[in-house]
Design a protein around this ligand. Sequence first.
Ligand SMILES: [Zn+2]
Length: 404
Amino acid sequence: MITSTTGPQPADFADVRATNLAVVLRFVREHAPCSRADIAAGTGLNKATVSSLVADLIDRRLVRETGLTENRVGRPATMLVLDGSPYAAIGVEINVDYVSAVATDLAGERLLAWRRSFSAGESVNQGVANVAAVVRRVVNRMAKEERQVLGLAVAVPGLIDVNGTVRIAPNLGWRDADLGGDLAKALRDPGFAIQVDNDANLAALAEQRFGAGAGASDLVYLTGQMGVGAGVILDGRLRRGRLGYSGELGHVQLDPEGPACRCGRRGCLEAMAGVGAVLRRADPSPAEIEIELEEVVRSARAGDAATLSTLGAVGAALGRGVSIIANLLNPQLIVLGGYYVPLAPWLLPPARAAVLDAAIAPQAGGCEVVASTLGHDAAALGGAARVLDSLDSGRLPGGISRTS
Ligand SMILES: [Zn+2]
């Protein structure tokens, strides 16, 4: 490690520089290709500061010059774009029946997307070993591409506290597991940070960064997995609540006389509008869900009356749950993910009608309900987004020495 020979600098000076580097990096990400003058105009930083910050970002290979120029009044300018070719962010999602892994570059382009089966009921130790094996393969692949891994974030369906401990993941059967610590051990301290977060939270980050509603500052993502969790972004930030347990929409009771829920209560949203309600079984086998859902889609397309009636009821119940979010949080966008996506043509119309009916604000306060376009790896992609977010907040990888 090379330390400065000019003596210690005030900590806040270093903080300001790190913050400004992040501001410039973020500007380039959002506006590339752009010139140094564009950055100065867009961020309010003076031109000399921008030049120095850009030089630093180029040294770290986070930004590069394209060599393109743009003819304007005055001198042509060198344009800048994100580089990041020596880096990768990794996101992993653990769910009841699969583990998926995504690696992205700085712009969020998928470098790889893998999915393999996983059986719920595995002990935490077995789960950690399986996930570590997947991560090791991803890291090896990235090393072959000469990319340094910036970090890993793991999505888990359950209550994850603010320290990343899995408190309860009912559908995995896990409790009080230090998943991040266990993974770091299994990976033999891999040299990058490992974060653990709730699957809905990370999927919401993916939607905000890469989804159809990219840039929306008030967005709620609903996982349509075995459980139904909500990831809440308000005023541009993920909202986790006091201990990190916000968003358990699946166990909001819609009907005290409703069907039994796996949590032991009755009439929860999960029991009335989860995948079990679609398949008309309380406890469908994870391995069979996708096959059975394909069957439901086929029947719905064929106009089967019983199927359409079930989907209508599920959509209406889902809409009642969604209207609670609309009344409580006034989001601009509610995104349905997971198993809801293939069912969206039938679920969205009754859900939207129920929201309009139950929301007190005219036109549900402008709240739109849409299906995710990110596919099944939204939560894993969100893990990568979370790693990239830490760049935005100023945690940049150190300068890389160029070998040429
Ligand atoms: Zn319940």
